[in-house]
Every structure is written in structure tokens, then in C-alpha cells.
Design a protein around this ligand. Structure first.
Ligand SMILES: [Zn+2]
Length: 271
């Protein structure tokens, strides 16, 4: 079977896979508080599962890179357990990792992100790849790949019911590592970021105004949403949907044609 994890390849094998046009998937997550009931590695566990399973099922089309474990998390530093990487450092770091793959000859890179506040930074790192190299890069949060399953199974209120350590994240963690979910410590429902019709937050749609407050100002538990609605069955369905969509996206991304770039600017040769 073709290897699906980049870390297991030798350098000649890396060269072969670049020549074969493998799509590089880079998981990006965070170490941060997830309420009283979930471990601080929640985002890592979810992203690792989705990205590694997708690669395993992709017939060699996806090669999953070692993850970026830490994320941009200043807003959560009021809670023990959280690690922060400054936003500009994070963009540069993600870019440098992706750019290293491009320098080896890979030309399709996807960041699959598991932490909300990383998303806009991953988007920018991907765009910098597109603007500075011949490769194409994109970025997607793994919950967006689970949309169809969420639409079918979601019981949380909208907006605010699925945001952090919520029905969505708790369900997948329960499915993957049930022994580490402390069900007796779950809080029933918290929607601290639903401030007004302009400012609210949910994995599946936020308010028109982007305003992320420092977290300890608005919640004592660190939860945003309703983990009491989580089940292992939902977790499996969410994860399976994300995996299937990631495999399908990688396949189409690989086949996407890149038209030649033209520069129509006037050139004054005397300058
Ligand atoms: Zn999370």
C-alpha cells in the first residue's frame, strides 16, 4: 500500500511522491482550554484523525504532513492550559512549512484547520503561497467539510450552539477517545459570544461584525455551545463526512488546471 504519512517517507520516496503530484495536507490546530470536560489537545486530536484518515483512504493522492500543533490563542490566555503563538509569527511559520513543500516540487497544498482563530491566518499563508510561487494552496476548517452531516444531526441552537467544546467538538472527541471525556463535568449550555445580532459566533456562521473578545471576560467555564447534546454516533458521522469531503476535494484540487499568468502592465524600459 502507498504510504500516506509524510513522516514515514525516506527522502527518495518524498521525491517520488512530489513527482507523482501528491496533494500535501497540513493539519493545523491549537493547544487550548476546552472547558471542564475536554483535554487541551482537542483540536489536535480531531484534525489529526480527519487528515490522516483522508490520506489513508485516498489511494496515494494525499500525503499528510506532520501537524502544526500550536495556534494563535491570545484571547484564551486567561485559562490555564492554553499556548499562544503570535499572529504574525503564526502566518510566517505556516507559510514557511508550506513553502518548504513547494521547494520540493509539490504544487498542491491544503491547510486543514481545527481552531477558529487560526483560520484567517491559514487563509493568508495559503494566499501568500499562491502569490509567490507556482503552486496552489488553500485552507479549510475541518467542520466546514462536515457540513452535510451537521445539517442532518445538529440539535444545538443557532447561532452559538456550536462554537467551542460544543456539541460538534465533544461528539468527535467522544467518538475517538471516550475515556478522556469527563461527562460529569459538562456544563449544559453557554453561548457567551452571542452579544447582539451583529456579533455572534458559531462554527457554521458568524455575525457580520468580527469581534473576538478576550475569553475570560465572557465565560468562566471556557465552553461555547452545548456539549450535553454530544454523542459518539454524531461524532462518527461528523468525522466521516469531513474525511470523505477532504478526499474528494484533494482529488479535484489535484486535477485543477492552472492557466498561465499574464502581466499586462506597461513597461517603461528607460526607468
Ligand atoms: Zn476546539
Amino acid at each position: 500500500m502507498t504510504k500516506h504519512l509524510y513522516r514515514t517517507l525516506t527522502w527518495p520516496e518524498v521525491k517520488e511522491r512530489a513527482a507523482a503530484g501528491a496533494v500535501i495536507v497540513i493539519g493545523v490546530a491549537a493547544i487550548e482550554q476546552h472547558g471542564y470536560h475536554l483535554p487541551v489537545d482537542t483540536d489536535n486530536v480531531l484534525v489529526e484523525h480527519v487528515t490522516e484518515e483522508a490520506a489513508r483512504r485516498s489511494d496515494g493522492q494525499i500525503l499528510t504532513a506532520p501537524m502544526i500543533h500550536y495556534g494563535f490563542n491570545e484571547h484564551n490566555m486567561g485559562f490555564p492550559g492554553t499556548i499562544n503563538v503570535r499572529e504574525t509569527v503564526f502566518i510566517d511559520f505556516c507559510y514557511d512549512v508550506a513553502h518548504s513543500f513547494v521547494r520540493q516540487g509539490f504544487d498542491r497544498i491544503v491547510f486543514v484547520n481545527g481552531h477558529g482563530s487560526n483560520q484567517m491566518l491559514c487563509n493568508l499563508a495559503a494566499r501568500r503561497i499562491n502569490n509567490t510561487t507556482r503552486a496552489l494552496a488553500g485552507a479549510v476548517p475541518h467542520w466546514a467539510l462536515a457540513r452535510e452531516a451537521v445539517d442532518k444531526l445538529r440539535q444545538s441552537e443557532y447561532p452559538g450552539g456550536m462554537a467551542h467544546a460544543c456539541e460538534f467538538e465533544t461528539s468527535i472527541y467522544m467518538y475517538l477517545r471516550p475515556e478522556l471525556v469527563q461527562g460529569d463535568k459538562m456544563v449544559p449550555r453557554e453561548t457567551p459570544s452571542r452579544v447582539s445580532r451583529f456579533i455572534y459566533d458559531d462554527l457554521f456562521g458568524s455575525g457580520p461584525v468580527h469581534m473576538v473578545n478576550r475569553w475570560s471576560r465572557i465565560t468562566q467555564t471556557g465552553v461555547e455551545g452545548d456539549p450535553m447534546l454530544a454523542t459518539e454516533e454524531k461524532g462518527k458521522a461528523f468525522a466521516e463526512c469531513a474525511i470523505a469531503n477532504l478526499v474528494e476535494f484533494a482529488r479535484s484540487f489535484r486535477q485543477m488546471e492552472v492557466p498561465a499568468e499574464v502581466d499586462l502592465n506597461y513597461r517603461n524600459e528607460t526607468l
